[in-house]
Design a protein around this ligand. Structure first.
Ligand code: PLP
Length: 407
């Protein structure tokens, strides 16, 4: 038998689509945002796996860059931060209040602050806190018009009174009062000022009832950039720390912010096709002259929206080329034009990234499907490998159990 030389292999990430995360962009964005606020505290919102950028990596980078709070929607993500050895205060705001919830118990044991928006939630938290043996630390949420979580104005008095009673019996500690604005992404909307006035009334009422909230917080990214009078004691920054536009009129680059996430894929096939042929399912695109097509190995299973068909969003060899035909589950085609000189299999296509490089941004992709960049980055599938390009911190080994969090 003939001896065969061993195959040389490259990491799979280089051969398929990949998500590159530039942690130094997140770090720089947070430093730029901190300069825009006098609020003493800065929460980096890392829900949704750090908006798809990676929960723990984003969290560590954010803390290194000057954030002193972390925020998640789900309790399980807050507990994951603790398991990674992160001890700074963490607030979580979305959970099913059930007396038998192991997740709530675990969160309270790990010193996760939780949002509280109803007497029903309070009874559950207080009951679990009794078992855990220390008070649940909560941030009372006012529903100032979003009609999502939180207590409405007419239910506030009852909630505040019950919270004060629970503080006295040692099952609760109110650390904060907060709200999330219905017009959060339209900073100039008069609804914001009205909601903030309602919020200030709610804080006043809580204090009159004997509560001593240390932290009032209202603003997410758009209002961090545009409405300093809404910053109070802490701001909650999501989109802006990832370098995406928090509102249509706020261009991240104008504030020194840049996207941290780039999605690329190699061309896996380049082929010449004649005029008059249909491309992809149902032949929704027909070539009108001989063209070169490129095959990109990403599809809607990876989070590529079908609505980008026909849009010039993909950068190859310094050119923006259109997506042609229907996006398939794992692949789609691009139209490289009548001449593909200089383009070959293996060339890297940039789907989106930092617009300063000439590539489309996630915000451009969002606009193409009638949405925003946040929907694009959050849809990118976990199956795509994440590659961390530059790290602003030394990543210590994860610890199994978090040390007790010192307040
Ligand atoms: C997502 C979220 C934020 C961050 O919003 P961005 O617009 O991404 O900055 C802040 N607060 C709450 C309650 C949120 O759900």
């Amino acid at each position: 038998m003939r001896r065969i030389a061993p195959l040389e292999t490259a990491p799979e990430a280089a051969l398929s689509g990949q998500v590159s995360v530039d942690l130094s962009a997140i770090s720089d964005n947070i430093k730029a945002l901190r300069k825009r606020t006098d609020a003493p505290h800065f929460m980096a919102v890392v829900k949704g796996n750090g908006y798809g950028h990676g929960l723990i990596d984003v969290a560590r980078t954010a803390l290194d860059a000057g954030a002193d709070w972390l925020g998640t929607a789900q309790l399980s993500e807050a507990v994951a931060l603790r398991r990674a050895g992160i001890t700074v205060p963490v607030l979580s705001w979305l959970y099913l209040a059930s007396q038998t919830s192991a997740t709530i118990r675990e969160a309270l044991e790990h010193d996760v602050d939780v949002s509280l928006g109803s007497v029903r939630q309070l009874e559950v938290l207080a009951g679990i806190a009794r078992h855990v043996g220390r008070p649940a630390v909560v941030h009372l949420e006012l529903d100032s018009g979003l009609s999502r979580g939180g207590a409405r104005k007419e239910d506030w008095t009852g909630l505040v009174a019950r919270a004060r009673a629970a503080e006295k019996d040692g099952t609760l500690k109110v650390r904060g009062i907060w709200t999330h604005l219905a017009w959060a992404d339209v900073p100039a909307h008069p609804g914001n000022a009205a909601a903030v006035a309602e919020f200030e009334d709610a804080v006043r009422e809580a204090r009159a009832a004997g509560l001593e909230p240390q932290l009032r917080h209202v603003s997410s990214s758009a209002n961090i950039l545009d409405r300093p009078e809404f910053h109070f004691d802490m701001v909650r920054a999501g989109l802006a720390i990832y370098g995406l536009a928090p509102a249509d009129h706020l261009n991240p680059a104008d504030f020194g912010l840049r996207p941290a996430l780039t999605v690329t894929a190699p061309l896996v096939m380049v082929k010449k096709v004649p005029a008059g042929i249909g491309v992809s399912y149902e032949h929704q695109a027909i070539t009108h002259e001989p063209r070169y097509l490129g095959l990109i190995p990403l599809g809607y299973a990876d989070g590529i929206p079908k609505g980008i068909s026909g849009r010039s969003l993909v950068q190859i060899a310094g050119r923006r080329v259109p997506v042609i035909g229907k996006v398939c589950m794992d692949q789609f085609m691009v139209d490289l034009g009548p001449d593909a000189a200089g383009i070959d299999v293996g060339d890297i296509a940039v789907l989106f990234g930092d617009p300063a490089s000439g590539a489309a941004s996630a915000d451009d992709w969002g606009a193409a499907i009638g949405s925003h960049g946040d929907e694009i980055i959050n849809r990118i599938a976990p199956r795509l490998p994440r590659v961390y390009q530059s790290s602003a911190y030394e990543c210590p080994d994860y610890q199994e159990e978090a040390p007790s969090h010192v307040r």
